[in-house]
Design a protein around this ligand. Structure first.
Ligand code: BEZ
Ligand code: FE
Length: 288
């Protein structure tokens, strides 16, 4: 077989009359890279069928609360690569990371200092810090949209709850300070009962994410950020299945014996504190 027999790429490219210039750039690069990939691995017919079956199963398992294609993008490192290209923030700014599939829009607006966990299983944790500009000025009116799984790594959505749990929105006052109670998050596996789970197993990869709590932080006149904080003590920080860990987002959570919490309340079990100052970049606020 001559090399010319494999040379269908130019014909496909020439056949295109893209709807707009950007679509043309994206689709022609996709065709070139896809063809190069097929030539490089000399894709077998059975392998093409397996890929088609894989994508079919991914579509079939998607529901309003389950997005297998986001999981595929996350676990192949595509989501975090797109983030790196699109969110080139200064090093001193709080960095962005993956949104994940468990964001639930419309978390309750709560007074500063609230307990987001309200009975959710887990070790109590008191979070505090300041919302700052890059030159350390406080940001008033910044909104923290916060969510996490429980202390066993399960999100309310996964437990089939119609009620939001371990979620809330808080707004900072003139001093930019925030504080709230929740739980210390636990590590957990991403859903493994679908085709992405099978893919991870076949690749010899574990499915776990390290402990983390999610935030979307937004303030008028500043770029919104989608981010996490990761407790420094726990497994998978160096092998997050979705490659979402960034050094500046790892925080030493401090353990305390039962006693008075920073909010002044008495806690009769050991508890944790997490202190972190968010630093936002001036710019257009994106819709969350
Ligand atoms: C999460 O952190 O909630 C998450 C992110 C990406 C994939 C699965 C879960
Ligand atoms: Fe998460």
């Amino acid at each position: 077989m001559t090399a010319r027999k494999f040379d269908i790429t130019e014909q496909v490219l020439k056949s295109m009359k893209p709807a707009n210039a950007r679509f043309g750039v994206v689709m022609s690069a996709l065709v070139r890279h896809l063809h190069d990939f097929v030539r490089e691995v000399e894709l077998e017919e059975a392998e093409l069928m397996a890929a088609i079956e894989f994508l079919t199963k991914a579509g079939q398992i998607c529901t309003a609360k389950r997005q297998e294609f986001v999981l595929l993008s996350d676990t192949l490192g595509v989501s975090i690569l797109v983030d790196a290209i699109n969110n080139r923030l200064p090093e001193s700014a709080t960095q962005q990371t993956v949104l994940g599939p468990y964001y639930w829009k419309g978390a309750p607006e709560l007074p500063m200092g609230s307990d987001l966990a309200r009975g959710v299983i887990g070790e109590p944790c008191f979070y505090s810090g300041t919302m700052l500009t890059l030159d350390d000025g406080p940001i008033e009116g910044a909104v923290l949209d916060i969510w996490s799984g429980d202390g066993e790594g399960n999100y309310d959505m996964q437990l089939g709850s119609d009620e939001m749990r371990a979620r809330g929105r808080l707004a900072t006052g003139p001093d930019g300070k925030y504080w709230f109670r929740s739980i210390k998050p636990f590590y957990y596996p991403v859903p493994t009962d679908g085709p992405v789970g099978s893919m991870l197993a076949a690749m010899g990869r574990h499915p776990n994410r390290p402990r983390h709590i999610h935030f979307i932080v937004s303030a008028s006149g500043y770029k919104s950020i989608v981010t996490h904080l990761f407790p420094s003590d726990g497994p998978y920080l160096d092998s997050d299945v979705v490659f979402g860990v960034k050094q500046g987002l790892i925080v030493d959570f401090k353990r305390h014996e039962p006693g008075m919490a920073p909010t002044g309340e008495q806690v009769d079990v050991p508890f944790w504190t997490c202190e972190y100052d968010f630093r936002l970049v001036r710019g257009e606020q994106r819709a969350a």
